[in-house]
Ligand binder design. Structure first.
Ligand code: ATP
Ligand code: MG
Length: 411
């Protein structure tokens, strides 16, 4: 019986895996250069961790299940809530700020399509303990640097959920949440219908005006006219900081993010080409979550990069180490293995035969794995103290004393 993989999952073959690792390496290196250190949390958590703020509605989107002890669990759909749970449980007395990064798989019950999977990977950071604009600045800068370093053509859009929250401050939390969801999904028809049905059309014009504002710092002036009492100082500082750091961005007050825990500056990064509709490659912002998990009120900022979408459009190539095949005539296997071991110790990638094939077949295998050289351990030569080294590109073959193989390869 042929068994297919589950819908929305993928297999990664070695070439693809090497490329993904290369991209991951760049992300790790840059995050580490800003002082972020890696953490890891469980693949599954109590379902409550994800519903506590977003409500039961989110259960539709996640892999939730009961275990044999009748506990409600869920495969993590994202990592911010798990990291903050970990922070409250394990790190709340550590000196702040804390800088964590993660590279982990997430699971969502989505409708699979290009760039949208049921298992996917996120590379993200959380900067915990600061409510300063400098924290937002650092996190935005870090996301920007990573994507620049990977050579991606993207657009950075920055908003502030405080504006809409201020505008809607007399409405219930539930209504605000609904309105924000429609705006996040850019579903303006449903938004209008919802406002109509709930007798909220008075808000329509101001919402529309705010969320259509997009541009550089000047949009702050326009927003002030809609919200004269709102303190724009914070978003202004972030915008000014980014300009000083020569980061390209737009302010866009329609950016509100799908999850409910964001409180301040929020941002989204879109790929300009190569991804079609699923072009959001990063989302982030400042949020408050710890008080929900039994901690104090700890302001934090973070982002999550959609690793699979980035990998899809990123042209980074993996650097392949040079490969060598140590081939031999029958009876010479263990001598060949010893030579292979010496070369591996020096960092080379070395294949030896495990199929008990003849020399000729071993050499054609060397071609299939793109070996640069073949070291041939043939009985007659070996007894004279030499092996043959064959250059697989030129076909040239040379006798090399056994004792100087390492030197021959410059090791
Ligand atoms: P979208 O609106 O595309 O569903 P989102 O707002 O739900 O994204 P976040 O929760 O902010 O996404 O996750 C951060 C990033 O993770 C997204 O910007 C995206 O690149 C990536 N991502 C989210 N869901 C998926 C998925 N199902 N498959 C692949 N990547 C995903
Ligand atoms: Mg989504």
């Amino acid at each position: 019986m042929r068994i297919e993989r589950p819908k929305g999952t993928r297999d990664f073959l070695p070439d693809e895996m090497e490329r993904r690792r290369e991209i991951e390496k760049v992300m790790r290196q840059i995050a580490e250069s800003y002082g972020y250190r890696e953490i890891s949390t469980p693949t599954f958590e109590h379902l409550e961790l994800f519903t506590i703020k977003s409500g039961e509605g989110i259960v539709e989107e996640i892999y939730a299940f009961k275990d044999k002890g009748d506990r409600d669990l869920a495969l993590r759909p994202e990592l911010t809530a798990p990291v903050m749970r970990m922070f409250v449980n394990e790190c709340s007395v550590m000196p702040r700020p804390l800088r964590f990064y993660y590279f982990s798989n997430c699971f969502r019950y989505e409708n699979p399509q290009k760039g949208r999977y049921r298992e996917f990977w996120q590379f993200g950071v959380e900067l915990i303990g600061s409510g300063s604009y400098l924290a937002d600045l650092e996190v935005i800068l870090l996301a920007y640097r990573i994507l620049k370093e990977l050579g991606i053509n993207f657009e950075l859009n920055i908003g502030h959920v405080g504006l809409l929250r201020e505008l809607l401050k007399d409405l219930s939390e539930e209504r605000v949440r609904k309105i924000m969801r429609f705006i996040d999904k850019k579903d303006f028809e449903s938004l209008e219908r919802f406002l109509e049905e709930n007798d909220l059309m008075d808000y329509y014009d101001d919402i529309k005006t705010l969320i259509s504002m997009k541009g550089r710092k000047e949009v702050i002036e326009n927003a002030r006219e809609v919200l004269p009492d709102f303190d724009f100082g914070y978003i202004e500082s972030v915008a000014m900081g980014l300009e000083r750091l020569e980061v390209d961005f737009n302010l866009d007050f329609s950016i509100v993010r799908g999850l409910d825990y964001y409180t301040g500056v929020v941002f989204e990064i879109y790929a300009v080409e190569g991804l079609g509709a699923q072009n959001q490659i990063c989302g982030g912002g400042s949020y408050r979550l710890t008080h929900l998990f039994g901690g104090g009120d700890v302001p934090s900022t973070g982002f999550a990069i959609g690793f699979d979408r980035v990998a899809e459009i990123c042209s980074v190539k993996s650097e392949k180490a040079e490969r060598i095949v140590v081939a031999c005539t029958p009876g010479m296997e263990l001598n060949a293995l010893r030579i292979a071991e010496n070369l591996r110790e020096k960092g080379l990638v070395v294949y030896t035969d495990v199929m008990e094939r003849g020399l000729k077949k071993q050499l054609s295998f060397a071609n299939t794995v793109n070996a640069r050289f073949a070291v041939i351990v043939a009985e007659r030569e070996y007894e004279k103290g030499v092996v043959l080294v064959k250059d697989m590109e030129s076909g040239e073959q040379r006798e090399v004393p056994k004792s100087s193989i390492l030197e021959y390869f410059g090791l």
